[in-house]
Design a protein around this ligand. Structure first.
Ligand code: AMP
Length: 606
């Protein structure tokens, strides 16, 4: 029996209650707020008591729709404390996407805040929750934190006076829902629930190759152990280090490397609320200097973007505290890797390209741990972590034993951090991960094993796109686009900042007359309303028909080749129902302006 919140908090409070657990690096530069382990434990207990008082019981599921902030961490840990599962939904998801996740998780409580602020822009989180819960009959309470209206006006005032901002819970206002202001009336002691190691700790929804996202289930002991071990050994974390993972708490990276791994190790962990370019492209490195970050863990998308702004934004700031640089979420190209290593890390910090996924719970392949003088090859995830047995499979499902070969990446034995099931759909879990290569866990990724036995991830083998490290299923986009058009096919294409961009081919409904410009606007607004902004296509090509086989299957391979300008490898088109469709697509694609691409690059972080 164990309790994850006790492992992350009480244990540290016994040793060193005044050690800083969280540094909340808020959107406005220089406005950070620190929380000690004692304060975080108290906040967690108060939220735990509040949840219990409002009927949350062991085994229930609480949805958390919040930006990266201390209260989100306390809410996650409060669930763990009372034995409830949490379901954190990335605060960029739309009301529909949120509602779908609340319903599937059968949550009775949603915790949110009035507004979030990122990159100087306010998002109306509470309004989104209000819309979402209208279609969620299970929701009894929305727990509301703070009003950022006040914060935004205070922000200006404090800025003018050169003062630091107050922490959010000092300026809470009451709303009509249950407010977390009430939390302050709760006791700072909350009896931890005794949990079995295989009880559910959390659900986290991620995209698969169907239109319906899947709620992956992680359990207690194995997950915590794996997050803690990988955080310690992959990043060479030592006691007293400041660990700076700049992901959002709404993704698995935030769960494992902002919250559970670092806190289980007693680290000081940074909650980064802003963007890499707010207020300017020096933001990350100024934060590193000010907070004296020792391990910096970020996404290749951001590195590629910052590289374009030039070295001066990095060199302006003292980065001597840095010891390890990490990369996560998508392949990092050699140019970005080299720049990260040479410019950001001044050639002295190892760069660890970490491969893993929501399903794996923690890092599975990374250059470290290794012997101190073992090589690290740019752009390669390289070595399996303790207990991970990667294997490559050929198309017939046979294990490829030789080096210098590529195949489908599977893992040959279970490991502590692996997801145990898909919430309410164990069959889908088995079908997706266990059946494609019986006896092995199929990751959905392809990989190359070098002559020396190092692994390099080559990308998804299924219909999942990775946009700036965020997964989205092509079917998910097609499903929401379809009511507006007769037919669509969505593919990913190589994008020099986001890793992959989204390209949608659409066929209009018969007799439908609409200006192209209006159609693009309409489709973009449908996608951001139904899913999230990051899922909006970068390119939309209006075509008369899609290339299909005679049995009606859309030939995405052909679409990908056209977009990659690889017309020589289009293959045999004679099996297509209407080979002329391809010519129309080639011509249409040629006309698409690259300016759109630039616009979407800029939008990535705004
Ligand atoms: P998610 O579950 O949202 O974290 O996405 C996991 C997917 O991101 C993996 O299946 C890979 O396709 C991709 N990914 C994550 N880390 C890496 C990496 N270091 N190199 C290449 N692809 C990665």
């Amino acid at each position: 029996m164990l309790n994850v919140s006790v492992n992350c908090l009480d244990r540290q409070v016994h040793i060193c209650p005044e050690r800083v657990a969280l540094i909340w690096e808020r959107d406005e530069r220089g406005s950070e707020v620190r929380y000690t382990y004692r304060q975080l434990l108290e906040m967690t207990c108060r939220v735990g008591n509040l949840l219990k008082r409002h009927g949350v019981r062991k085994g229930d599921c609480v949805t958390i729709y919040m930006p990266t902030c201390p209260l989100a961490v306390a809410s996650m840990l409060a669930c763990a404390r009372i034995g409830a599962a949490h379901n954190v939904v990335f605060a960029g998801f739309s009301a529909d996407a949120l509602a779908e996740r609340i319903r599937d998780a059968q949550s009775s409580i949603v915790i949110t805040m009035n507004q979030g602020v990122r990159g100087g822009k306010v998002t109306e989180l509470k309004k989104t929750v209000d819309t979402a819960v209208q279609s969620c009959p299970t929701v009894r309470h929305v727990v509301l934190e703070a009003s950022l209206d006040d914060l935004v006006s205070l922000r200006q005032l404090y800025h003018e006076r050169g003062m630091k901002y107050l922490s959010v819970d000092q300026i809470c206002v009451f709303g009509t829902d249950l407010t977390l202001q009430e939390m302050l009336k709760e006791d700072v002691v909350c009896e931890p629930a005794a949990m079995n190691s295989e009880d559910v700790l959390f659900l986290l929804y991620t995209s698969g190759s169907t239109g319906k996202p899947k709620g992956l289930v992680h359990t207690q002991a194995g997950y915590l152990l794996y997050a803690a071990l990988t955080q310690r050994y992959v990043f060479s974390y030592h006691d007293g280090d400041v660990f700076g993972c700049v992901a959002d708490i709404g993704w698995i990276t935030g769960h494992s490397y902002i919250v559970y791994g670092p806190l289980a190790n007693g680290a000081t962990t940074v909650l980064f609320e802003s963007t890499p370019v707010y207020p300017d492209p020096g933001r990350y490195w100024e934060t590193v200097e000010r907070l004296k970050i020792n391990q910096f863990y970020g996404a290749p998308t951001a590195i590629r973007l910052l590289l374009k702004y030039g070295d001066q934004w990095v060199n302006k700031y003292d980065r001597s505290s840095l010891k390890t640089l990490g990369s996560v979420g998508e392949p990092i190209n050699t140019e970005a890797w080299e720049w990260y290593h040479r410019v950001v890390g001044e050639g002295r910090c190892p760069v660890v390209d970490t491969w893993w996924q929501t399903e794996t719970g923690g890092i599975c392949i990374a250059p470290k741990p290794s012997e101190p003088d073992e090589e690290i090859v740019p752009g390669m995830a390289m070595r399996p972590f303790f207990g991970i047995k990667p294997v490559l499979m050929d198309t017939e499902g046979k294990v490829l034993t030789a080096n210098n070969t590529s195949g489908a990446l599977c893992i040959a034995q279970p490991w502590p951090g692996m997801a145990r099931t898909i919430h309410n759909n164990h069959e889908r879990f088995i079908e997706t991960y266990c059946q494609p290569y019986p006896g092995y866990f199929f990751t959905g990724d392809g990989a190359y094993r070098s002559p020396k036995g190092y692994y390099q991830i080559t990308g998804r083998l299924d219909d999942v796109i990775n946009v700036s490290g965020h997964r989205i299923g092509t079917a998910e986009i097609e499903d929401v686009v379809c009511p507006a058009v007769a037919e669509s096919a969505v593919i990913g294409y190589s994008h020099d900042i986001k890793g992959q961009g989204i390209y949608a081919f659409v066929v209009l409904k018969k007799n439908m007359k609409i200006k192209e410009e209006d159609l693009y606007k309409q489709l973009n607004s449908v996608v951001s309303e139904k899913i999230a902004k990051y899922a909006c296509p970068d390119f939309i090509l209006l075509v008369k028909r899609l290339p299909k086989t005679r049995s009606g299957k859309i030939m995405r391979r052909v679409l990908r080749k056209v977009v990659e300008s690889d017309l020589d490898s289009l293959g045999d088109l004679s099996t297509l129902d209407d080979p002329a469709a391809v010519q129309e697509i080639i011509e249409g694609h040629a006309k698409i302006s690259m300016n759109n691409c630039l616009k979407s690059q800029i939008n990535t972080f705004l």
